[in-house]
Design a protein around this ligand. Structure first.
Ligand code: 6PG
Length: 475
């Protein structure tokens, strides 16, 4: 046995991860259900490093040095379970199975517990950066046992993106922690993209500008606080012209956003854990709404349209939208990190939030300049109650709040939907407001259902005899 690590499942992500590993000097065992894929990988890229190709799973396992490390890169759900089931009897105690797909963290917890009974380490590992990242340096979020990371750490850190000499890979925490953090990463990715889309929509309506001009605005923004991969590719996509029609590409794409499910999982998990990730939720629902073509067409026919905004000072408006985008983005990240905090507490993972910001600085889809600021905020105060209260972000949001309000008000008056901008501003306002009208909700609950309430001035729970003498009683 000569291979340091193996990859089974050689579709584009598995193929690129295998090549990345080989390029970094690791001997890589290869396996794919249809042998053709394995052969073509070796034929096309065999000179990039040392590959050991196998035609059967048993042969593949046999080619790996002990303790074996096997990356499973197949579709999430049943296909992953099927491969694990086939693999388990071929492995020995101490071997490591790594799932680098976008699995639900609950599945990862279940698989980890099952394999642990066999003495096998199961590592649910988030990998971000798409196809190119997998090949050139992704952000890697491995969960699982600390022991498994002793073997995997040096390998994964060698193939991960590097920022200022630091690899974008760290042991996230036990069992499902890696996949949980990757799920939240994707939720933030949804919010980031929705915010960018709202900014684009507002600028287009407000300035009456065409996509090439808007591309330039985003390109300019990419040299400031907003510098990030998603802003950079927004400029590219807006500048792109459709080959067949000569129209701006963005005008020939059907306006219905799809999703594979990680955003939905993020919102479902947040509901279960009671964490208000409103920006991510609005972003996820906005995709759903866009897909309801029949309802949208009925609404266009039945409901009058009053959309259009009046902009007097173009430069001011562009700056307002930029600041609103930045402030809303801070909220989305603050909420995402709150969900990581809650998941970590619920499952006992002890996730280091500053370390998550560090490994998201490069390789992944949400890589951005301001992740350095997030890391600094958690370095300064590891128990930070919300990113929004870290001095840097508190100042940044405060500086932009008037712009933010103007943008949300302008959008509302002009009939331009900005669910993520608006809900993020509402979150920012709600977090600071005292009292919240939640007091009235408690009163209503006590009135119709005797659900009781707590008082501002005394401990304990109380109930009013609403149907009788309206006297208050301790509950
Ligand atoms: C990444 C991406 C990747 C994938 C998304 C797409 O980090 O590299 O997040 O995992 O592109 O899952 O998700 P949707 O299809 O749900 O938009």
């Amino acid at each position: 046995a000569t291979a340091d690590i193996g990859v089974t499942g050689l579709a584009v992500m598995g193929r690129n991860l295998a090549r990345n590993l080989a390029r970094h000097g690791h001997v890589v065992a290869l396996h794919n259900r249809s042998v053709q894929r394995t052969r073509s990988l070796v034929a096309e890229h065999g000179d990039e490093g040392t590959f050991v190709a196998s035609e059967s799973l048993a042969e593949f396992v046999g080619s790996l040095k002990s303790p074996r490390a096997v990356i499973v890169m197949v579709k999430a759900g049943e296909p992953t379970d099927a491969v694990i089931e086939e693999l388990t009897p071929l492995l020995d105690e101490g071997d490591i199975v790594i799932d680098c797909g976008n699995a639900h963290f609950a599945d990862t917890r279940r698989r980890e517990a099952t394999l642990r009974e066999h003495g096998i380490h199961f590592v649910g590992c988030g990998v971000s950066g798409g196809e190119e990242g997998a090949l050139l340096g992704p952000s890697i979020m491995p969960g699982g046992s600390a022991q498994s990371y002793q073997k995997l750490g040096p390998i994964f850190e060698s193939i991960a993106a590097q920022v200022d000499g630091t690899p974008c890979c760290v042991h996230v925490g036990p069992d499902g922690a890696g996949h949980f953090v990757k799920m939240v990463h994707n939720g933030i990715e949804y919010a980031d993209m929705q915010l960018i889309a709202e900014a684009y929509d507002l600028l287009r309506a407000g300035l009456g500008a065409e996509p090439p001009e808007l591309a330039e605005i985003f390109r300019t923004w990419n040299s400031g606080d907003l510098e990030s991969f998603l802003i950079e590719i927004t400029a590219d996509v807006l500048a792109h012209v459709d080959d067949t029609t000569g129209k701006p590409f963005v005008d020939i794409v059907l306006d219905q956003a799809e999703q594979k499910g990680t955003g939905r999982w993020t919102v479902q998990t947040a509901l279960d854990l009671g964490v208000p990730i409103t920006g991510i939720a609005e972003a996820t629902f906005a995709r759903s709404l866009s897909g309801h073509a029949e309802q949208r067409s009925a609404a266009r026919a039945a409901l009058s349209q009053e959309s259009g905004i009046q902009v007097d000072d173009r430069e001011q408006f562009i700056e307002d939208v930029r600041r609103a985008l930045y402030a809303s983005k801070v909220v989305a990240y603050a909420q995402g990190f709150d969900l990581i905090t809650a998941g970590s507490a619920e499952y006992g993972w002890d996730v280091d939030r500053g370390a998550m910001a560090t490994i998201w600085r490069g390789g992944c889809i949400i890589r951005a300049r301001f992740l350095d600021r997030i890391r600094e905020a958690y370095d300064a105060d590891p128990d930070l109650p919300s990113l929004l209260v870290a001095p840097y972000f508190a100042d940044a949001v405060r500086a932009g709040v008037q712009s933010w309000r103007r943008v949300v008000a302008t959008a509302a008056l002009g009939g331009i939907p900005t669910p993520a901008f608006s809900s993020s501003l509402a979150y920012y306002d709600a977090l600071r407001r005292l009292p919240l009208p939640a007091a009235l909700i408690q009163g209503l609950r006590d009135n119709f259902g005797a659900h009781t309430y707590r008082r501002t001035d005394r401990d304990g729970s109380f109930h009013v005899q609403w149907a009788g003498d309206k006297a208050e009683h301790p509950a």
